[in-house]
Every structure is written in C-alpha cells, then in structure tokens.
Ligand binder design. Structure first.
Ligand code: ZN
Length: 462
C-alpha cells in the first residue's frame, strides 16, 4: 500500500493524490495548477504516473484546482472510472468546458501573435480542448448518497461524507485491505465550516488511520459571517442612495449563489429595497446557478425551509440574468443597480468592462467578496491604486472600495483543528493544499499524530 502526492504539495493548486493497493491505482482529484505563468507550466509536465494505469478517480468537488486536469488525463490515456456526487459531476462539466475554452483561446492568441511576427514555428497547442473535456464526461459515475459504503473491488471500498465547502463537495474515506492489514485513509478535500448559507455543516468525519488534510488557512482565523453580510447590505444601500452602481466581482461557483441568497434574505428582512435591480452578468455563474437549482439534495434545512414556503432561494424580484453579450453591453446605461460579474479577481471576464465604465465614478462602489491573489487587478484596487490599466486605458479609481472578508468557503485554523480532532487519533497526518508557512503553523497545533508535509511526487509506504 502506497500513497504519492502528485499535486497541491506545499502549494494550494493542482490537487492529485495516488493510492496503490492490491494492484489497483486510485487517484483522488486531478486538479489544474493555477497562479502565475511558472505554476501554470507545471500542468504541461508529466503527471508522475501513467494515466492509462489508473483504475478509479475519486473526485472531492468541482473546483478547477481539483478537477481541471481530468481532460488532460483522458487525453493522455486514462480509461478508468470517475466517481463523484451528481452535483459535482455537473459542476465539473461546466468548469472543465470553461477551462478547455480558455486553453483553446490562449493557444489561438499565441499562434495569432506568432503569425504577426512571421514566426510560424511556434504552433501553440492548448493543454486540452473541448472534445477532451466532453470525452472525459463519459467516465463519470455518480455516488448517490453520502455516508454509504461502495465497494470498488474486493478489498477496496470508499465512502463520501459532506464537506460543506461547495455544492456536492465531499471528504472521501478509502478502506483498504492488503495482506491481512486494513488501513482507513481519509481525504478532507477542501473543507467548509458550520453555519454557512445553502450548504449543511460538514459531516462528522469517520475514524481514520491516516488523514490527508487541506491547510489553505492553517495559520489564520476568519472574520465572522454575520457582520460581513450586514456590511454588504450597508455598501449596497449607501451606493444605491447616491445613484451609483455596485459592482461585485464574484467567482461563478458558490460565492455568486451565496450572494444571491443573502440579497434575497436582505430584501425579505427589509434590509434592502424590494425594488433593488440586480444583474447577474456571467454566463458561467448563470449556468452554475441552474445547477444549484437542480441539486436541492445538497441544501441545508434553512434553504429547504425557503423552498417549502414556495420560494426560490436564488430568485429576487429585480434579478435579471444577462447571458447574451448584447445584454451585457447594454448595462453601460444602467444606474443604481448591483452588477455581479466574473472573474472574481478581475483578471478577465465581463467585470473588466463594468470597471471601465464605473471605477472613475465617485457615486459607484466595488465590493470584493473573495480572495484576490497578488498581481491581479482586484489586488491593485484593494491595495489602494489611484488609477489602473484596463484594456490599454488608464482608469482613475474614484469609486468606493469595500473588501468584505467573511465569505470564505474554506475552514480556518480553528475549524481545521476541530475537524481533525473528530477523526479519532490518526497515526499519520499528511498536510496538503497549503503554502508551506500555513502548513507549518497548523502542523505545530496538531498533537498525537505524525505530521508529514509531502514534496511534489513524494511517496510513502502505508
Ligand atoms: Zn475548493
């Protein structure tokens, strides 16, 4: 029995772990590396194993850094089965198709630039294309219920537990029997925490011999959620009152649906005007919202109560979903509205057009509700730039800027420790999906377990 770490090793992206037992090879996640150009290059490297020899891929959730290399795996010979929840299957399809489109566009752009330079030798190839993403969907099989044991083959079984991170997200238990020994491996995937909107709290984890745990926020505690929601309402009311637009750069999955959920609650509780105009201006976020509507089985009791009362958790009286480009362009004329658009870090997507038309207006505001990596347009604005470059044009920053930090989808240090404490006394704990500094702080807080911080491609005998 062995485990090897082929991604998210001292890094937060590219999750990919390989378990070998009884001659079978089982992958847990196969995510894309994301970040700067150097990190992106890692996607083109060898996986560190032969994709054709993988029997099963167990997928924790539909975020790009967990499912984004599945089309590449397929392209390089994977013919096994992908096992996940049905909500994750649908979200992963959306995310992989969007990623394939971006890969194709980027390769096309590089080739166009090369042809302009008459350097015809370049021939940039996308990492994978739309067909690879569609082909990989054929391998997906649904897990129908959480906390139900599935035998993959004699001596190897798996159980999924609700992780409370995004729709359909799971922690995955692998039970392995080899040469009379049984080992229980528990993969946290990405962990949510108690009390979030839409999703139930993370399930009580099972007892395990070894735990493979994320550590994104292993060194910090989050702001509380309730004051953040109030701050969102206050930002909207103040801006609308003076006739400005509120721009919310948002991630298409989960964060956008949470924001819609809070806006609906705000209107119902008379904290926001009933006449509030809201535009959801992101085709991907619109599709993701439809997937949420189809997967009520993933909702918490509060969200079910909304449905039982005959209401849609994501519907607002003044909500318009603008899928077509022409509708998006027409938003230039809108005043006194909330515009939710991607991308969350303002590195691409329609939000850049809205920033160009609103950032210089004193009456407007921009509300950041998610993480912004260094070097991104979002980060420049948050850090107080007085002007920023958008589409080759310098735009003054006169709008009011809000950074609301309480909407994280990840457990913080306290919540990670609480979850780990419920897994019994695992002999070993492997920390993944975190920067080294965050892992080291978390490792220092974990008692009664041998903590490992694997290097990329490092493997361990179990
Ligand atoms: Zn995630």
């Amino acid at each position: 029995m062995r485990i090897a770490f082929h991604g998210a090793a001292k890094n937060v992206t590219g999750s990919c772990h390989l378990v070998e037992c009884r001659g079978k090879q089982i992958l847990i996640d196969c995510g894309l590396y994301q970040g700067n150009r150097e990190i992106d290059e890692e996607n083109r490297n060898d996986f560190g194993f032969d994709p054709a020899k993988i029997d099963y891929l167990l997928l924790t959730h539909g975020h790009l850094d967990h499912c984004g290399r599945i089309p590449l795996l397929t392209r390089r010979g994977f013919r096994g089965t992908v096992i996940t929840t049905s909500a994750t299957r649908e979200l992963a399809r959306l995310v992989m198709l969007d990623s394939a489109r971006i890969q194709e566009e980027e390769a096309g752009y590089r080739n166009y630039k090369a042809s302009k330079r008459r350097n015809r030798g370049e021939g940039a190839e996308p990492l994978y294309n739309t067909l690879d993403a569609l082909n990989s969907m054929d391998a997906f099989v649904d897990i129908t219920r959480f906390e139900e044991r599935h035998e993959l083959c004699p001596g190897i079984s798996t159980t999924f537990y609700d992780a409370g991170h995004i729709l359909g997200s799971a922690c995955i238990l692998l039970e392995l029997e080899e040469a009379g020994r049984t080992q229980r491996l528990l993969f946290s995937g990405d962990l949510g925490y108690d009390g979030r909107a839409i999703l139930p709290d993370p399930a009580l984890p099972p007892q395990a011999d070894a735990v493979i745990m994320e550590s994104t926020y292993g060194d910090r505690l989050h702001k509380r959620l309730e004051p953040s929601i109030e701050e969102l309402y206050q930002a909207i009311n103040t801006t609308i009152d003076r006739g400005g637009n509120v721009l919310i750069p948002s991630f298409a999955l989960e964060r956008t649906q949470e924001i819609l959920y809070y806006l609906r609650e705000g209107i119902e509780q008379h904290k926001l005007p009933r006449s509030l105009q809201v535009f959801l201006d992101s085709p991907m976020a619109i599709s993701a919202t439809q997937i949420f509507r189809r997967h009520r089985e993933c909702f918490d009791e509060e969200t079910w109560a909304v449905i039982s009362a005959g209401r849609d958790p994501f519907e607002l009286p003044g909500l318009r979903m603008t899928r077509d480009t022409s509708e998006s362009i027409a938003l230039k004329q809108v005043r006194g509205a909330v515009i939710i658009a991607g991308s969350g870090m303002c590195t691409g997507g329609r939000i850049r057009h809205h920033l160009r038309h609103n950032l210089w207006r004193r009456e407007a505001s921009v509300v950041f509700v998610g993480y912004a990596a260094g070097g991104t347009l979002a980060r420049q604005i948050i850090d107080g730039a007085t002007e920023v470059r958008i589409f080759q044009e310098m735009v003054e920053v006169n709008a009011e800027i809000y950074t609301i930090g309480g909407f994280s989808a990840h457990a913080d240090q306290g919540e990670l420790l609480k979850w780990h404490g419920r897994t019994g006394s695992p002999a070993r704990t492997f920390l993944v999906h975190g920067e080294t500094a965050a892992m080291e702080v978390l490792a220092g807080r974990l008692a009664d377990t041998r903590v490992e911080m694997p290097e990329l491609h490092q493997s361990f005998e179990l």
